[in-house]
Ligand binder design. Sequence first.
Ligand code: NAP
Length: 195
Amino acid sequence: MGGTFNPPHNGHILAAEHVRQALGLDRVLFIPTNLPPHKRLPDGSATTEQRCDMVRLMVAPYDWAVFSDIEVRRGGASYTVDTLRALHQKGYDNLTLIVGTDMLMSFDRCWRAPEEIVRLADLAVVARDTHDRPVLRRKAILLEKKMHAHISLIDCPVLTISSTEVRRRGIFEEMTPPPVAAYIRKNRLYQKGSE
Ligand code: NAP
């Protein structure tokens, strides 16, 4: 599960936990992007190091959740296809890429080498909102036909929450795990004025 994790929040861990249980995954790697290829991080964002620290704190209580700095160490723009190639070379050859609604919708238009991605990994999609489900189903069918993707749509209780909303509203205690909220406060991240 890749992400900017700016900051990581309860929706990320909840989504990952449901996918893991539904598909019987051994582990979920949480991979913070170095430079996201699809967006500019807003002013007032946490640094890459801070985003990594927060993901480490978020995954610490779970034995199935693993922090990976593979994209940060590679540097540059973080293309998912490069990450999947590298994981395959390390011997991980049974991979599932966990993505949310927005990411699936833009998958064949905005991602680098989507055909190769779906050869290297199955996709597991978690809906962020119940309204998303019919749209996701149509998109999944299209991608399965167009590129022979293997896609699982995972039904799970959704937390309609985004990192943007967490930052804007400053709802760290409510929406991020306690150690992450404490880290944000201690380091004075996302002060008023951040987008
Ligand atoms: P993010 O905001 O940190 O979120 C990480 C993932 O969790 C996303 O798929 C997101 O889905 C999902 N998510 C967030 N909140 C959720 C919630 N409440 N319930 C369920 N799921 C939730 O990360 P991001 O900036 O969207 O990036 C996702 C990954 O896609 C990154 O690894 C990025 O590098 C990769 N990507 C790669 C390319 C490329 O290779 N060309 C292009 C674009 C993205 P949503 O999609 O719904 O936000």
